[in-house]
Design a protein around this ligand. Structure first.
Ligand SMILES: NC(=O)c1ccc[n+]([C@@H]2O[C@H](COP(=O)([O-])OP(=O)(O)OC[C@H]3O[C@@H](n4cnc5c(N)ncnc54)[C@H](OP(=O)(O)O)[C@@H]3O)[C@@H](O)[C@H]2O)c1
Length: 276
């Protein structure tokens, strides 16, 4: 599995499973846990979660799925903006570690910008890093101007920015992604299938059929073809967890990439960052 180097020098894998909407419902719990276990059996190299997901329920399931796993994947979690004061960030991270039964989170993100000054959150991140409770820290849902501000505080250490990016939401290509590439900060593309909405697109379906893959695999292979981009599709079914991983090995020709550009044009002007 390929990886991307973060500014700290640590590597992050280009692919993982997302867990939003997991841990919310008792009725779905067994199926969701099984999907995470399936990802681990298939050697998914990364899991993305957050204290927000299922109010800690997703992190608890990650902890349960990881029990007894020999080589644990790269773990990403996120702090709520309203918890992201200096001491609140530290306390939230400690709760996340406890739920996941881990000693360290590989990449810990501010979920989105809230009212707490960024400098305070970063102080919490620095302390967590010094204490070995996180290896790297970063942000999520930050547009280019927010990244500029983070860069003025971060001692060159912001590990990643997790944003909405997929074939049908290409806005970050105009300014944010080039800005991040210049600084070798990997962009984590969330909702790479546009939460499933992308998959009914007739052109995507036709191109996938010609290539002998599914529309989801083509959409994921396109995200993975973008330099400096990693992604974290979520599924709660075993078949799709397996199907999505196979996208990592799909190579897209220049002709096919050009056809996708015609169907899903890149931005010609600044678009404000969208978030879900
Ligand atoms: N930082 C943030 O603010 C933020 C925001 C959104 C998401 N995220 C992260 O990014 C992850 C991924 O984003 P997402 O969950 O919003 O959306 P997504 O991964 O784009 O799409 C998930 C949806 O697509 C379906 N799906 C998955 N694989 C499929 C396949 N092969 N064929 C057909 N349908 C498929 C899933 O259904 P089934 O589950 O039924 O298979 C689910 O409904 C999240 O889980 C979360 O970890 C972060």
């Amino acid at each position: 599995m390929r990886s991307c180097k973060m500014p700290s020098g640590n590597e992050m894998p280009v692919f993982g499973i997302g867990t939003w909407r997991m841990g919310e419902s008792r009725a779905r719990r067994a199926q969701e846990l099984d999907a995470i276990k399936c990802a681990l059996e298939l050697d998914y190299p990364m899991i993305d979660t957050a204290e927000m997901y299922g109010d800690g329920g997703a992190e608890e399931m990650v902890g349960e799925a990881l029990a007894g796993v020999r080589q644990r994947p790269f773990i990403v979690s996120k702090v709520y903006p309203h918890n992201a004061t200096r001491s609140g960030t530290i306390a939230a991270c400690e709760r996340s570690l406890k739920r996941m039964k881990l000693e360290r989170i590989d990449l810990y993100l501010l979920h989105w910008r809230g009212g707490v000054p960024l400098a305070e959150t970063y102080e919490g991140f620095f302390r967590l890093r010094e204490a070995g409770k996180i290896a790297d820290f970063g942000v999520s849902n930050f547009d280019a101007d927010d990244m500029e501000e983070a860069a003025s505080l971060d001692k060159g250490l912001t590990g990643s920015n997790q944003v909405l990016y997929c074939l049908s939401k290409r806005g970050p290509e105009y300014d944010l992604l080039p800005w991040m590439r210049q600084r070798s900060i990997p962009l984590m593309a969330y909702s790479p299938l546009d939460q499933g909405r992308l998959l009914g697109n007739a052109t995507l379906k036709k191109l996938a059929c010609n290539l002998g893959c599914t529309p989801a695999q083509l959409a994921l292979a396109w995200v993975l073809a973008q330099p400096g981009v990693v992604t974290i599709p979520k599924s709660m079914t075993r078949e799709r967890v397996k199907e999505n991983l196979a996208a990592v090995d799909i190579k897209l020709s220049a002709d096919l990439l050009a056809e996708l550009d015609r169907a899903f044009p890149p931005p010609k002007a600044k678009q404000s960052l969208q978030m879900l």
